[in-house]
Design a protein around this ligand. Structure first.
Ligand SMILES: [Zn+2]
Length: 95
């Protein structure tokens, strides 16, 4: 089993809807492939956080930086949408 085949079976693996022969191949792959092991570990953590319905507070500095970045993007997008037509790139038409 390679990584692509493993990832194609990932949902079945988490759902427990996988036949024993394929499960053995999945476990064998996880034993030798660090990348897929990380995918499984991260996904399992995500599932448990989701199931626990826990919420986490953003650190204040992260919230501030995120807010600033979003506002900068919004301001830039608004400025671009009101730019004079002469500065806009002409539309290219293919025939
Ligand atoms: Zn892999």
């Amino acid at each position: 089993m390679n990584c692509t085949e493993f990832l194609a079976k990932l949902t079945d693996y988490f759902d427990g809807q996988i036949d024993p022969e394929l499960l053995a191949e999945v476990k064998e792959h996880l034993g030798v492939c660090h990348h897929c092991e990380v995918v499984v570990s991260t996904t399992q953590q995500t599932i448990s956080i989701y199931r626990a319905h826990e919420t986490y507070e953003f650190p204040e500095d992260l919230a501030t930086r995120l807010r600033t970045a979003v506002m900068q993007r919004c301001t830039a997008a608004k400025a671009a949408s009101v730019a004079p037509a002469s500065e806009a790139k002409p539309a290219q038409i293919r025939v």
